[in-house]
Design a protein. Structure first.
Length: 256
């Protein structure tokens, strides 16, 4: 794997969230779908919400968001990239307006299957893939398993193994006991530095709402999938030129 490591001053999640849209968790689903732009494609029985912008004949770029987030976290990247590239982003199963996967399978292999199927539907044979956090794990797996479909790869704040199993077990237990709304404020402490949180209360509330409105089953399913996954063997199979970006204050995936 060809790697350039850029140690960023703050996490990519913090940068992306500067353009976060304010989710209202008490709105019915129909109102949310009407309020937030996107189209829907059903891939292997799962209804995916996506945005496909930029010239259709331009080089394709796929943006994969992080754990608990949605495609809106890439808004600040998608707009400038769309001037030249065909930019595709979608809510990963378990999150955003895609919601729970009816199969109950949130493994990286399932995500790769859905991503390949979506590319087929959109007529995209090959793309550069950029993934953050959970999206980075999926991008990593996709590049290893389907190298002919990846032009270039960017992995943002991700790792082959994220945290010990005990961390995920505690998080899942807390969610099942108290719900997503109860744990959402604590998630902000992992996503953003204390100075950023203090200076950006509107962004913080928007991100709290975004986490809280995810489906419980999807959130838990993804947490357990991350807990059980180990991508270290896949690293040697990645052939695409790869850029690794790490936030020097990211507690979940700190620089090695």
């Amino acid at each position: 794997m060809k790697i350039i490591r850029w140690i960023a001053g703050i996490t990519v999640a913090a940068i992306a969230a500067l353009a976060i849209w304010l989710y209202a968790p008490d709105k019915p689903r129909a109102a949310l779908e009407a309020a937030y732009p996107g189209e829907y494609r059903t891939v292997d029985g799962t209804r995916l919400r996506l945005r496909d912008t930029g010239p259709r004949d331009g080089p394709a770029v796929i943006l994969l968001h992080g754990f608990g987030a949605s495609l809106e976290t890439w808004e600040g990247w998608a707009r400038p990239l769309s001037a030249r590239y065909r930019v595709i982003r979608f809510d990963l199963p378990g999150f955003g307006l895609t919601g729970a996967d009816p199969t109950g399978d949130y493994s990286d292999a399932r995500a790769v299957q859905l991503m390949a199927g979506l590319m087929d539907q959109l007529g995209v044979a090959r793309a550069s893939v950029i993934g953050n956090s959970l999206g980075g794990r999926i991008a990593w797996t996709f590049a290893a398993q389907q190298p002919d479909r990846v032009e270039r790869l960017v992995l943002c704040d991700t790792a082959a193994v994220i945290g010990p199993a005990s961390v995920w077990n505690e998080r899942v237990a807390g969610i099942r006991k108290s719900g997503l709304a109860a744990i959402a404020p604590g998630v902000m402490e992992r996503w953003f530095t204390a100075p950023f949180r203090a200076a950006n209360p509107v962004i913080m509330q928007g991100c709290i709402n975004m986490v809280a409105r995810n489906t419980l089953d999807g959130y838990v399913g993804c947490a357990l999938a991350v807990r059980d996954a180990d991508l270290r063997a896949d690293g040697a199979r990645i052939a695409a030129p790869t850029l690794v970006i790490v936030g020097d204050q990211d507690p979940a995936t700190p620089p090695a």
